[in-house]
Design a protein around this ligand. Structure first.
Ligand code: ATP
Length: 234
């Protein structure tokens, strides 16, 4: 199973943001998407999910062109998205937020989903009756990821999960994503924390002004002098 992006271009109004992006994510691999603010990372994730219409190019799901499919249909195929800013329902409990992530599954399948996410995130299990809005920042990010996992995605898009988190929590979130990938889910991870994401990812793409300027094994990207200078201040 793989998600493949070919020559993707899009933008807002007349302003072009993505200029011919090519990228691939396979089941079971964690792939980092790195780049400065405004490079177009969020725009790419939203276009893959079907929230933004591409101007040109293709989004292929195991060879099938997703063009024209609604975001809901893409989710049913197994495409998950953890949006920037988490988008939880603060006045609903942890469990109610999770149930929403399973809304389109066959009845009964949510039981399996709850078991899986509570095993991955024991802290959420302890707090299942707590209102989402009263969770700590780290717990809310875990809940946003867990909610997406309730839909049994095969490929998961994750937008800046460490935003606003203390370093130790950021590390915990990324290590959890690593475990999710080990369970067989493909993850496309947008992250500002370049050093940490290159530690957990197998491959990485670097975006500048809507173009992929570098890609390869995470280790090679980490050792690239341009990356060390621009993102790691080394
Ligand atoms: P960040 O890390 O800051 O979130 P990013 O790489 O995710 O950055 P995008 O959010 O994809 O970047 O934004 C890419 C460009 O598109 C930016 O110049 C931004 O101002 C512009 N843009 C994003 N959303 C919109 C919108 N709804 N309308 C107009 N322009 C937008």
């Amino acid at each position: 199973m793989k998600l493949r992006i070919e020559g993707l271009e899009t933008g807002y109004g007349k302003a072009q943001v993505l200029f011919g992006m090519d990228l691939e994510v396979r089941e079971g691999e964690l792939v980092a998407l790195l780049g400065a603010n405004g490079a177009g990372k969020t725009t790419l994730l939203r276009t893959i999910s079907g929230l933004i219409r591409p101007w040109r190019g293709r989004i292929l799901w195991d060879g099938r062109d997703l063009g024209g499919l609604s975001p809901a249909k893409r989710a049913r195929l197994g495409l998950g998205h953890v949006p920037e800013g988490r988008q939880l329902f603060p006045l609903m409990t942890v469990e109610e937020n999770l149930r929403l992530g399973a809304a389109f599954l066959a009845p009964g399948r949510d039981k399996e989903g709850f078991e899986r996410v509570y095993a991955l995130f024991p802290r959420l299990a302890e707090r299942r009756r707590q209102l989402a809005g009263t969770l700590s920042g780290g717990e809310q990010q875990m809940l946003a990821i867990a909610r997406a996992l309730m839909g049994f995605p095969r490929i998961l898009l994750v937008d800046e999960p460490s935003l606003g988190l203390a370093p130790r929590l950021a590390e915990e979130v990324l290590r959890t994503l690593n475990r999710v990938a080990e369970e067989g889910v493909g993850i496309l991870l947008v992250e500002q924390n370049v050093a940490l994401s290159l530690e957990v990812a197998v491959r990485a793409y670097v975006v500048e002004h809507g173009r992929i300027v570098l890609h390869g094994p995470a280790r090679a990207v980490l050792e690239d002098p341009r990356i060390r200078e621009a993102y790691l201040s080394l």
